[in-house]
Design a protein around this ligand. Structure first.
Ligand SMILES: NC(=O)c1ccc[n+]([C@@H]2O[C@H](COP(=O)([O-])OP(=O)(O)OC[C@H]3O[C@@H](n4cnc5c(N)ncnc54)[C@H](O)[C@@H]3O)[C@@H](O)[C@H]2O)c1
Length: 288
């Protein structure tokens, strides 16, 4: 099958490990020139693998929560590739935090989680949007989480999966996350405050803005969670980062007429494929 993004250029944040690494490889495999960044120095080790796909690639050590770092990455990308076609705002961190935590602990957790997971999305978006508009369009993909999604099936809406859905005896599938994830979840819910307004504001400029809301996917982050919560079973059915990356390519490859302002929910145990545009994304939990 011919590459779907030949000659395009993409930025992937948080690409040293995990999903970001897989997203960068998938974009290079589709013919896009790629800039990657990460707080980890080993992000530079990925460059030869990307170049082996026949594209140009470069890496920056950078913190997505620092405006000067973000400008350096985006300016470096535009200088080398002339514009920005794709931004994958992937860099993210996880740490347990709960409503009952001491305030001082919470302040540190807040800076850690919000500065990467939410401020990084905001800074990178603001930095690339003028370039995408100048270039006639683009794709912004926010890496959110299934913690902000509930398909609601089969209780709240009709669903083809109803006969086999593991939640059918329990009412609508609740959102993920939990009581020890308040700041992580706040950072991911907050991303919607960019995904949806940006999709509206940028539609006329052919810039599509969507979120990926995956369930557990094998990565450094999930393995860290598993070490701290050995009984959670999170690795038992975890998805492969390569499969999620292939779905992200399908999302981008929809082209200028594709969906925008959508959160694509990829649930563990379900086919890893694009649902129809605008399909289940329900904010509410089950009624009591
Ligand atoms: N793995 C999952 O199950 C899962 C599920 C839903 C959402 N997500 C989200 O997917 C994204 C990737 O997660 P992952 O599982 O691959 O995690 P990971 O820990 O394996 O990789 C995250 C990468 O981001 C980098 N990073 C962290 N803080 C950074 C910063 N301030 N600036 C630049 N780079 C930074 C890390 O160094 C690392 O290379 C995150 O946003 C995460 O919240 C993951």
């Amino acid at each position: 099958m011919p590459a779907s993004l030949p000659g395009q250029s993409a930025i992937v944040t948080g690409a040293a490990l995990g999903l970001g690494n897989a997203f960068a490889r998938a974009l290079a495999g589709e013919g896009a020139n790629v800039t990657i960044c990460d707080v980890r120095e080993e992000v530079h080790d990925l460059v030869p693998a990307l170049e082996a796909a026949g594209v140009e690639a470069q890496a920056f050590t950078a913190d997505v929560g620092l405006a000067a770092d973000v400008r350096r990455v985006v300016d470096g990308h535009v200088e080398r590739f002339g514009g920005v076609d794709v931004l994958v705002s992937n860099a993210g961190v996880w740490r347990a935090s709960a409503a009952t935590d001491d305030l001082d602990k919470t302040l540190d957790d807040y800076e850690f989680l919000i500065n990467t997971n939410l401020k990084g999305v905001y800074l990178f978006g603001r930095a690339v949007i003028p370039h995408m508009i100048a270039g006639g369009g683009g794709n912004i993909v926010h890496i959110a989480s299934d913690h902000i999604a509930t398909c609601g099936t089969p209780y709240q809406r009709g669903c083809d999966d109803a006969p086999t859905c593991t939640w059918r005896e329990q009412g609508p599938r609740p959102t993920g996350g939990g009581p020890d994830m308040d700041l992580y979840d706040a950072s991911k819910w907050g991303i919607n405050g960019f995904t949806i307004p940006w999709s509206k504001a940028l539609r006329e400029h052919n810039v599509r803005v969507n979120g990926l809301c995956m369930g557990a996917t094998d990565s450094h982050m999930v393995r860290t969670f598993h070490e701290q919560n050995p009984g959670s079973g999170i690795l038992d059915n975890a998805m492969r980062a390569e499969d999620v990356a292939a779905l992200m390519i399908d999302l981008i490859a929809e082209g200028p007429e594709g969906r925008t302002g959508n959160n694509v929910n990829i649930a563990v145990g379900h086919p890893i494929e694009l649902p129809p545009p605008g399909s289940p994304y329900i904010y509410s939990e089950a009624p009591a």
